[in-house]
Design a protein around this ligand. Sequence first.
Ligand code: G6P
Length: 607
Amino acid sequence: MCGIVGLVADEFQVLELIEALEKLEYRGYDSAGVAFLKDGSVKVYKNKGKVGMLRESLAASLSELTSTGIAHTRWATHGEPNDVNAHPHLDCSSKISVVHNGIIENFRQLKARLKEIGHNFVSDTDTEVIPHLIEEYYNGELLEAVRKALLRLEGSYAIAVVHADHPGVIVAARKGSPLVVGKGDCCTVLASDLTPLLRYTRDVIFLEDGEVALLKRNEVKVFGIDGLERTKSYNTINWSYESAQKSGYKYFMLKEINEEPQCIVSVLAGRVSSGKVILEEISQLEGVLKDSQTLKVVACGTSYHSALVFKHFVENNSDLTVDVDVSSEFRYRKPHIKPGEILVAVSQSGETADTLESIRLASRCGAKILSLTNVVGSTITRESDCVLYLNAGPEISVAATKSYLSQLILLYLLGLKIVELRGNWNEKSNELLDKILRLPEVFENVLKRSEVVESIARKYKNYRHFMYIGRGYGYPTALEGALKLKEISYIHATAYPAGELKHGPIAMLGPEFPVFAIAPGDSLVMKMKSNIIECKSRNAKIVAITNDANHEIEEVVDDVIFVNTTAEELYPILMTPVIQLFAYFVADNLGLDPDKPRNLAKSVTVE
Ligand code: G6P
């Protein structure tokens, strides 16, 4: 989704705005732009395409010094991606410049009215009404003019505004779209998320909906939409600047997959003691988790797949029923939620619009919200009763990798807590917890096999279709494998429970339609084997992932990738890096950039 940055300091090079913008590229966008104050006017540069193109077109100005600048990556919603529709947008006097993330729902009415009173518009965007409205209200007081303009807007926004006559000032505001502001040494900075801020500061304020921030070189003030100043406290972020860099890896996605062993350590830290799961964050929910008949879970995309694994795990190991829903479906159905029930929201970003609306719906019905997310201070965390953090560090690549792995581990811990609370704990639970604690070493082993995965990926990269199959715990892994492949390689990949093949999908198979089988040596291995043989007899090539005690699968497949042998429940964790690396190497070998897949965004903050 769109990304915003802004910087105020005594003096800085325009290049810094571009570098900050590059930190937001992973969010997905189609055009980019920058505005900065110079010699009493606002200079604007913008274009369709990548931030790299903006960098080139600005080449002569990159070393120019300014005190105040804003920049933007746009993901088109109103008006096609082109140079004119790119942000920043200007008012008639070309003194007021605005960047915006979100959608102004009443922009048509506002635009018509503003035109009637003489304003000239140049773009097709909803955003352009904002600088013109501010111009209408401006009488020397920028903050006040912005506040009055905001009162006219319906919809969602995060905005940053500069004015040629106000060097050293940015006014920013948020309603429904994330915005973080920070104060560094002799500078203040804002962005749609934390990554661009880390270079300047660890002390940040997450703006709330309806808040307006005034950034000057040495201070940040926050006001309500009523104009009254609010006291805000800073959150200290412990992510390092280095952790948001590539550290020698070709792409962030590869770096982030290789960080997975460390993610396991981080997500487990402080959460297991004396053979028991400790989740202090959810202590107020324990009574409900103990006595409920069912637990509802909402999530989107990759997070939905980790939630499906959770369902299998909890239902197989306790007497609790778990209903998992895609958030965009849940929010438009009649909610069968009673006061006091729990809704679990899984979202790595903590900003996904459909998941956010689902928890709002459930809250209105009196539910308690438990969220699992990676981003401290994100909107979902602020609207939840309890939060379990993934502690995975910044994930830059659009395709979720290490955050999925961290979600899985955290959901297993939550599952084991539920098992304990409901009196279903037994010797098997002890063994599972023990095996989870030993995962980091085993994981290093799986990652060492990445060359095998790469050579298989090279062999299969030119197929245009792929069918992923799995059973039981393997089915969510099949769904996630297919999602990863289509997201970053644009190869059509579909996933089915292997038992469904005969009900339609097998008609597709043939020499041009290979199958990726999730086939660990678990209790369903013989069923999987016969499904694989059915596919083979349709002349489909078969790639399988299995465990190193299940060599007999080699007889019926074309290519095989082994992971360590573990408990049946834990194969979704061990197979995670394999499906991710397979998709990564296919994309890389096709010459595609896996970090920035076309049409996709990391954080989907609009419906
Ligand atoms: C986007 C991302 C996916 C992610 C999904 C849900 O589509 O590209 O990688 O799985 O949103 O995001 P969330 O932040 O709620 O987990």
